[in-house]
Ligand binder design. Structure first.
Ligand SMILES: NC(=O)c1ccc[n+]([C@@H]2O[C@H](COP(=O)([O-])OP(=O)(O)OC[C@H]3O[C@@H](n4cnc5c(N)ncnc54)[C@H](OP(=O)(O)O)[C@@H]3O)[C@@H](O)[C@H]2O)c1
Length: 270
């Protein structure tokens, strides 16, 4: 989902080599080294990950091979050719029990397997490329090229006139088009260290669903539900709002603007 938009954003001003999973398995250290050595890029932006949050609970070692070890292989390969590595991470590295936005230096403490595997990746990236990495934590990503919450709501909203959506998680919905441009800028500037980059403002999934239906002109009654009622295998952080103390962290448009741009990209809005 994110990778497709990153390729488009980067291609506007750079020569881009885009590798999908079928082209390169990031868990295979030697293949990653060979692929990066072949191209000798100025920067590597890694959007590949095990993103099945619920599935990671039962398969944490497999998730960690990709999100932990694989992230490290990409960073090590980049470091070998002096390329800056931009690694995408997540709000799930935090415990979700804060009451004010998480800044870059907030203590991590993932509550699930996916978050632990992504935190392992952050550490692997920093260790493999200590002087030239950006670890970009983002959250609640949606965009036109992958499975995401907004599109699920559009599909369900077309089928039903009533829905229940969780209202006890707070986060920053982030549009891939906005995030992709920010990642390219971070790569160009060689910004170093941890950066928090997510859609401006914050809301619950209930608010995001309601706003989606309102903007798409779908007449759906949205009931407020709770995370516990969903009974998903993986725990979800209740509070996932990301803030930044860094003046060089790109500031993204408000999540409502991201939603509007997504609906335009999906041709729901003109
Ligand atoms: N979606 C969110 O809400 C969210 C929030 C915060 C952070 N993030 C992070 O954002 C990044 C992009 O995620 P996304 O939302 O774009 O998810 P996505 O659509 O699932 O993209 C992840 C991609 O990685 C590929 N992949 C999986 N294992 C791989 C491997 N071993 N080698 C090479 N490629 C592999 C997947 O291929 P297959 O499709 O074939 O499995 C998929 O194309 C990830 O780092 C994710 O952790 C996402």
């Amino acid at each position: 989902m994110l990778g497709t938009d990153v390729v488009a954003a980067a291609a506007a001003g750079h020569e881009v080599v885009a590798l999908a999973r079928a082209d390169l398995d990031i868990a295979d250290a030697e293949s990653v080294r060979a692929a990066v050595r072949d191209v000798r890029p100025d920067a590597v932006i890694n959007c590949a990950a095990w993103t099945d949050v619920d599935g990671a609970e039962a398969s944490e070692p497999q998730a960690t091979v990709v999100n932990g070890d694989g992230a490290g292989h990409v960073a090590a390969a980049a470091a070998e050719v002096d390329a800056h590595v931009v690694h995408v991470s997540t709000d799930y590295v935090f415990g979700g029990d804060a009451t004010a936005p998480y800044r870059e230096d907030a203590p991590t403490g993932p509550i699930g397997a996916y978050g632990r595997s992504k935190l392992a990746g952050e550490r692997a990236v920093a260790a493999a490329s200590p002087s030239s990495h950006a670890i970009v934590r983002t959250a609640w990503v949606f965009g036109p090229h992958g499975k995401n919450f907004v599109d699920t709501m559009l599909r369900l909203g077309a089928e039903r006139d009533e829905l229940t959506v969780v209202d006890d998680q707070l986060g920053c919905p982030t549009y891939t088009g906005h995030l992709a441009a920010a990642l390219v800028r971070i790569a160009q500037d060689r910004a170093h260290g941890v950066l928090h980059v997510a859609g401006g403002g914050s809301c619950t999934w209930w608010e995001l669903a309601s706003e989606t239906f309102a903007r798409a002109g779908l007449n759906v009654t949205v009931h407020r539900g709770s995370t516990a009622d969903l009974g998903r295998p993986a725990p979800r952080p209740a509070y996932s709002v990301l803030g930044s103390t860094r003046s060089d962290a790109p500031v993204l448009p408000a999540w409502q603007d991201g939603l509007a741009d997504h609906l335009i990209a999906r041709e729901v809005l003109a």
